[in-house]
Each structure stands twice: as C-alpha cells, then as structure tokens.
Design a protein around this ligand. Structure first.
Ligand code: GDP
Length: 278
C-alpha cells in the first residue's frame, strides 16, 4: 500500500472522517516532505469532498499540483544539445552527469561530458573515471582552470565532433549567491556562443527534505532552471519534495535517481510517482 493508502482507506470507509483522521493525513503529507503550506492546502481541498471519494479526490488534487510543463528533454534544432547540471555539492550532480550520459548513449545518441567543477580535483577525477567506465569522452581542463574556458573548449569540441549531447558538470560550492550567479551566468554565456544551452537541470537530493525546496529557490533565482533531477529516491526519502518544488516553483522533475549505479536512473513518471504516494 502506498504512503497514504492506509489513512485514505480509513477515511474512505467511514461516512464521516473525523478531525483526527484529517490531522493524521496532514501529518503524513508533512512527513513525506510536501511542506506545511501544500499539506494544509491538500487537506483543505480533500475535506471539501465526500469521504467516500477521498482517493479519487486526492489523486486529482495531487495531479493538479504537478507542473504542466513538458518533461521531455528540450533538443537543439541543430547542433549539439547542451545541458548544464547545477546544484549543491553532495546532491549527486557528478553521478547524474554520468547517468544522463549513459541514458542518452543507450538510446544510440552520441555524448560528450565536460568536467567544469574545476574547484574540486576529486570531482574532475570522478567524472573521468565514469567516462572511462561508460566509454564516453570527458573534456576537462588543468587543475583550477577557469570553468568558463573548459566549457568553451567542450562546446567547440561538441560542435566539431557533431555529438548529439554535451553534458556539463558545474561547481556546487561557491561562497555566496552572488558568486554562484556570476559563475553560472558566465558559464552559460560562454557556452551559448558555441553550443547554446537548452537545459539547466538542478540536481536535488530527495533525502534533504524541505531543504531541497530552499535550494531550488536559490538556484532558480540565479539561473533559468528548466528541470530537476531528483536523486536518492531509493533511500528513506518519501519523495514528496517533488510535489513541493513543482507546486511552488513550477519546475518539472525530469529524471529520478534511485541508486549509485549509472543505470539507477529513469525519466520521471507522473503516474508511477502518484501511485507510489497513494
Ligand atoms: P556531487 O557532489 O553533487 O557531484 O555528488 P556525487 O555525484 O559525488 O554524489 C554524492 C554521493 O551520492 C555519492 O556517494 C553517490 O554515489 C551518491 N548518489 C548519487 N546519486 C544517488 C542516488 O540516486 N541514490 C543513492 N543512493 N546515492 C546516490
């Protein structure tokens, strides 16, 4: 039974759900990381329908909370499709670059990866290792190279080689929001000149709960985030953060990560996700 299944079954079976039942549902929504506002709103809407219709009403309410924006990858009309991955360190950014690379190569597309997190030698090494394992080329610069120059080089190479996708790993730890904005802005501007950026995907760790929403707010103020990769959904996370972000910021979750292996990755499936919750 899904996350709310037990509570919904209880409510549905009664002619009149009690105040305690609704409180229980609200608590379950909160524990699932939907956040206080959205949880209260959902319960309010659910209370306005007859208790026996609770399941279908909740499905409808949750569906309407999700973003209506398309979830397919935005492709360049000509030349390589450039994708920037941004996000706080530790969320699974580098792993997701590799996962996305494997996802596209298994669809017979050609891919080039770019290690632009030059602040951390370990991140560059990590991506190089993934590249070797997955047999995907990785463009990188010298230690502490200017990320924009590495990205420019990768953009030129992606055009010269005629690859389908260029996927760029960026730095996640900058001193403050102004630094972050300046850095991401510069990377995007430089890449736009050679291989225009189609997607800026924010990597959010589902286990960080409502903090994920705060991160999504900061990044979307700094750069035009076109989609989210929600990682670590295999752990204890209830995944409600997806609804929370989509309803607050209208940014669609495009992929989900469900493990450490590169194949633990899939496009976000709205129906499967809601089924899981309910
Ligand atoms: P970055 O600092 O954002 O680049 O994060 P990394 O890609 O280095 O990942 C940080 C840790 O999270 C590593 O141990 C990864 O193996 C792990 N990780 C990444 N994605 C997932 C996921 O979907 N599920 C699980 N369980 N672990 C993940």
């Amino acid at each position: 039974m899904g996350l709310f299944g037990k509570i919904i079954a209880k409510i549905t079976g009664t002619t009149q759900a009690t105040r305690a039942d609704w409180d229980e549902l609200e608590n379950a929504l909160l524990e699932a990381d939907l956040g206080p506002e959205l949880s209260a709103d959902i319960v309010k809407q659910a209370r306005s329908v007859k208790a026996e219709d609770a399941t279908s009403a909740l499905t409808e309410i949750l569906t309407s909370t999700l973003s209506k924006k398309p979830r397919e990858v935005i492709r360049a009309t000509s030349g390589p499709t450039s994708i920037l991955l941004v996000g706080v360190n530790g969320t699974g950014k580098t792993t997701s670059v590799a996962k996305l690379g494997l996802y596209f190569t298994s669809q017979e597309s050609s891919v080039l990866l770019c290690a632009a997190d030059t602040f951390r030698a370990a991140a560059v090494d990590q991506l190089k290792t993934w590249g070797e394992r997955l047999d995907i080329d990785v463009v990188h610069g010298a230690d502490r190279a200017d990320p924009a120059s590495v990205v420019f080089d990768a953009g030129q190479q992606s055009v010269a080689r005629g690859v389908d996708y260029l996927i760029v790993d960026t730095a996640g730890r900058l001193h403050n929001k102004a630094d972050l904005m300046a850095e991401l802005g510069k990377i995007k501007k430089v890449l736009d000149k050679v291989a225009p950026v189609q997607e800026v995907l924010l990597v959010v760790d589902a286990t960080t709960g409502q903090n994920g929403l705060a991160q999504a707010r900061v990044f979307s103020e700094s750069v035009d985030v076109t989609g989210i990769i929600l990682t670590k959904l295999d752990g204890s996370a209830r995944g409600g953060i997806a609804l929370s972000i989509e309803s607050a910021l209208d940014i669609p979750i495009k992929w989900v990560g469900t493990g450490e292996s590169p194949s633990d990755f899939a496009p976000f499936d709205k129906n499967l996700y809601l089924q899981g919750l309910l």
